[in-house]
Design a protein around this ligand. Structure first.
Ligand code: UDX
Length: 422
């Protein structure tokens, strides 16, 4: 099939290249000229395992442009994969979604034939049928579900695992209203053998929020239990091993530590809280999930102070800056509040991450960045392990003070070892 993908972030790129690998033709659309150049040169603009190989293997099946008309005229399905960041008050910023809906609408005005627009960006229930639909109808002069199709197809890709997740999804959720759109998307997804859940449009939108909110809740719950375990001298990982064996619960997402970051979980929980507020609901659990998550990284500093009365003038090493391993993404990384607090306490900070130094140094240009994890270890008075990169399991921690936020077992050889929840 012929597909256009609007927005070349990790979701758009992985989705588009995944469809190309399955034999479809894909046109990527983005306004960032630099990204377009990289994609057309078969170079991934972001770090994501497996992406470069996917690009090289499918070089003949895709290209990137900034021309919406060209992309819409030469495809039958468009996926909107642009970002939906948080505004200051936690509510969702729809400006990119609206801008792409406008451009798609304008292009549809000049196109005959049924074109399906699929919203993959995470948007609150009601957005596709109210906001996106209205913009496309206005700009195109056409009617949704009659002249063009509209659907929601949330993504559940984890950064660092996105390529693998694309090809092996737990399920595919498709929110539709008209039969023609259903048929086209069922055909597109026919190579996948997983359960496919067809719902109405706003249910599909809500599934994505409920899903991420539950994952975030599991993590904050594990951290709260972990904080209690720490005081009782109990290993919270043993506890959740036992809990996760209950088939009603499942063992995933119980890794206690310093909480969740990234481009999705914090933003989606906040957006759902803001939406609930608009509806006159007070989402107590969701608010607590965020509160626990915001406090959790600072526990590392409290633990550090158990072993160093003042941090002033001390060199504190940070191992890991990405919000999780195998990505260069630092959005909402736990390293951000930790470094802020260390600087406030007048400590000297030296940091290392295998992939995320470039991105982190845009936020903190004045801290020192080391060339390796071992250099950080060797030059610090104390260390904080913030991201569980595999290579941190091979460093020599002997003689050091280590506060571990992510459970790197090798670090237990340190002179002083404090796990944040164990
Ligand atoms: C998430 C969802 O998992 C994915 O389905 C959705 O499409 C996008 O958002 P992602 O943000 O890439 O994916 O990362 P994820 O693996 O979910 O981790 C998020 C954060 O939670 C990371 O900071 C990670 O370190 C933390 N985490 C995860 C924990 O602290 N403990 C856990 O047990 C799991």
């Amino acid at each position: 099939m012929e597909i256009s993908v609007i927005g070349c972030g990790y979701v758009g790129l992985v989705t588009g290249l995944g469809f190309a690998e399955l034999g479809n033709s894909v046109i990527f659309v983005d306004s960032d000229e630099f990204k377009l150049k990289l994609i057309n040169a078969l170079k991934p603009p972001i770090y994501e395992p497996g992406l470069e190989e996917l690009m090289r293997r499918n070089g003949g099946r895709f290209y990137a442009t900034n021309d919406y008309q060209e992309a819409i005229s030469n495809s039958e399905i468009s996926f909107i994969c642009v970002g939906t960041p948080s505004k200051e008050d936690g509510s969702i910023d729809l400006s990119h979604v609206k801008a792409s809906a406008r451009q798609i609408g304008e292009s549809l005005r000049n196109k005959d034939g049924y074109h399906v627009v699929v919203v993959k960006s995470t948007v609150l229930p009601g957005t596709t049928e109210n906001v996106v639909r209205q913009i496309i109808e206005e700009m195109s002069g056409k009617k949704a579900f009659i002249d063009f199709g509209l659907a929601v197809n949330p993504e559940f890709l984890r950064e660092g695992n996105a390529v693998e997740d694309f090809f092996n999804p737990d399920r595919i959720v498709i929110g539709i209203r008209d039969e023609k759109t259903r048929e086209i998307l069922e055909e597109l997804y026919s190579p996948f053998n997983c359960p496919k859940l067809i719902t109405d449009i706003k249910t599909a939108e809500m599934i994505k929020y409920a899903n991420n909110a539950f994952l975030a809740t599991k993590i904050s719950f594990a951290n709260e239990i972990g904080n209690i375990c720490k005081k009782l001298g109990i290993d919270v990982y043993e506890v959740f091993k036992g809990v996760g064996l209950d088939h009603r619960i499942n063992p995933a997402f119980f890794r206690a530590g310093i909480g969740f970051g990234g481009s999705c979980l914090p933003k989606d929980v906040r957006a759902l809280i803001a939406k609930a507020g608009e509806l006159g609901e007070e989402p107590k659990i969701l608010k607590a999930v965020i509160e626990v998550n915001e406090r959790q990284p600072l526990r590392m500093i409290e633990l550090l102070k158990k072993h160093m009365s003042s941090l002033e003038g001390k060199t504190i090493g940070i191992l890991g800056l990405a919000f999780k391993p195998d990505t260069d993404d630092v959005r909402e990384s736990r390293a951000i509040p930790i470094v802020e607090k260390l600087l406030e306490e007048k400590a000297k900070v030296i940091a290392y991450d295998p992939k995320a130094i470039d991105n982190f140094s845009k936020i903190f240009p004045h801290i020192e960045y080391a060339k390796s994890g071992q250099e950080v270890v060797d030059r610090s008075d104390a260390l904080l392990i913030v991201t569980e990169w595999k290579e941190f399991g091979e460093l020599n921690y002997r003689g050091k003070i280590v506060v571990d936020g992510r459970r790197i077992d090798k670090a237990r050889e340190a002179l002083v070892y404090e796990g944040v929840c164990w």
